[in-house]
Design a protein around this ligand. Structure first.
Ligand code: GLU
Length: 414
């Protein structure tokens, strides 16, 4: 069994290290060690067979120095308070790295959504909003999709919220369907943003093209990242989902693989590919490794076996704090989640802005604005690397974000 690190402990270790390098004010550091507010709700839901089942839901409002709390809602059996706390903290950092005037939050329900019918999923999502409605809102806390949640669920959530407050309030939730004020480009935003970051880093570091890519996780983020990688002339040789992965040395046709998965319910068996496990995928001799699934995937036990030159963290927290120094020593460049996958929340910001102003942009306009955010964030992280002479992009991204958060906390008069 790989040694799994408590995700909140791992995040706090990353905070401590960055705070030491930048000499962050001690009082600010201690304020950032715990979330502002912890919301724990129980969610009784009528199942299709008539019985009531009670689920546990969480919302962590971590810090709002820079604006309303903002972050996704995750549905997964592994969801627990420590995980959501860690992700709420990382979201606070991420939102500041990409320079959005948002604080950070995260929520989730401990549930396997694949075991629920659509009607059960809808009742569960509406119940969650009923429980937290008084704590969220366009100026307070704005939820969005995350692992196993999508625009359809956001549609139910915004409808439930609007009914409770008695008026249609699209800016309360982002990642909505287009028909309810969702943004053009939101669906592909995270994957697209990750590709912009990777290309910018290769350009600035004068790294010649790295042809092969392996992507762990084939949900919204992994799929779109793989798709944009392919259209940018990378060769996607492996992809996986929670059931396992497939490999082809010749390269996979990402769109066809996606169709296959939709039809068959699994990746396995895709013509011309061989199967491999998620662990094997991580250890493939590829140029770019993209963990786009859950946290704790690259840990101290397998960090020595990673063969990629660059790891792009498209999931949240896939590399543990214990694995980071091993990868730094081995000169493997880690593009941290708080930079690499910030395209999702940046487009949430654009969606929220459109909802509030009533002015709507085309897909091209949205992606152009997103690109500008991603390029600026990447440049700022790279210049922080030089300014503080740190060995890794994660520490630099944390320093950049913590400086912005600390400035806001100080300006408010801590
Ligand atoms: N769940 C995404 C993330 O982890 C998006 C959050 C948002 O749009 O608020 O960044």
């Amino acid at each position: 069994m790989p040694s799994k690190m408590n995700p909140f402990k791992s995040a706090m270790q990353q905070l401590t290290e960055a705070a030491a390098v930048m000499k962050l004010d001690k009082e600010i550091l201690s304020a950032l060690r715990e979330p502002d507010r912890t919301i724990n709700v129980s969610l009784p839901v009528r199942m299709d067979d008539g019985r009531i089942k009670v689920f546990q839901g969480y919302r962590i409002q971590y810090n709002d120095a820079r604006g309303p709390y903002k972050g996704g809602m995750r549905y997964h059996p592994q969801v627990n308070m420590d995980e959501i706390k860690a992700l709420g903290f990382l979201q606070t950092i991420k939102n500041a790295v990409v320079n959005l005037f948002y604080g950070g939050a995260k929520g989730g329900i401990s549930v396997d959504p694949k075991k629920l019918s659509k009607a059960e999923l809808e009742r569960l999502s509406r119940m969650f909003i009923q429980r937290i409605a008084k704590d969220i809102g366009p100026e307070t806390d704005v939820p969005a999709p995350d692992v196993n949640t999508d625009s359809e669920i956001m549609g139910w959530m915004v409808d439930e919220y609007s009914k409770i407050v008695g008026k249609f309030t699209p800016a309360a939730i982002t990642g909505k369907p287009l028909s309810l004020g969702g943004s053009q480009g939101r669906e592909e935003a995270t994957g697209y943003g990750g590709m912009v970051v990777l290309k910018q880093i290769l350009k600035e570091q004068k790294i010649k093209k790295l042809p092969t890519v392996a992507v762990q996780g084939f949900g919204n983020v992994g799929y779109f990242f793989a798709l944009f990688a392919q259209s940018s002339n990378f060769k996607v040789v492996a992809v996986s989902d929670s059931k396992g992965g497939i490999y082809s040395a010749k390269g996979l046709d990402v769109r066809k693989v996606h169709e296959w998965k939709k039809q068959m319910g699994q990746l396995k068996g895709y013509p011309g590919s061989t199967t491999l496990s998620n662990e094997q995928l991580l250890e493939l001799p590829v140029d770019v490794l993209v963990p786009a699934a859950l946290e704790n995937q690259i840990h101290k036990d397998n960090a020595k076996k990673i063969q990629a030159r660059i790891i792009v963290e498209m999931g949240n927290g896939p590399v543990t704090a214990e694995a980071d120094p091993i990868l730094i020593k081995r000169k493997i460049l880690v593009v941290p989640d708080v930079l690499a996958n910030s395209g999702g929340v940046a487009t949430s910001y654009l969606e929220w802005s459109q909802n509030r102003s009533g002015v709507y942009w085309s897909e091209q306009e949205v992606l152009q604005k997103l690109e500008a955010y991603m390029i600026a964030a990447t440049r700022n992280v790279l210049s922080t690397v030089r300014e503080y002479k740190v060995a890794d992009l994660r520490t630099a991204a944390f320093i950049l974000a913590l400086r912005r958060i600390a400035d806001a906390m100080q300006a408010r008069g801590l």
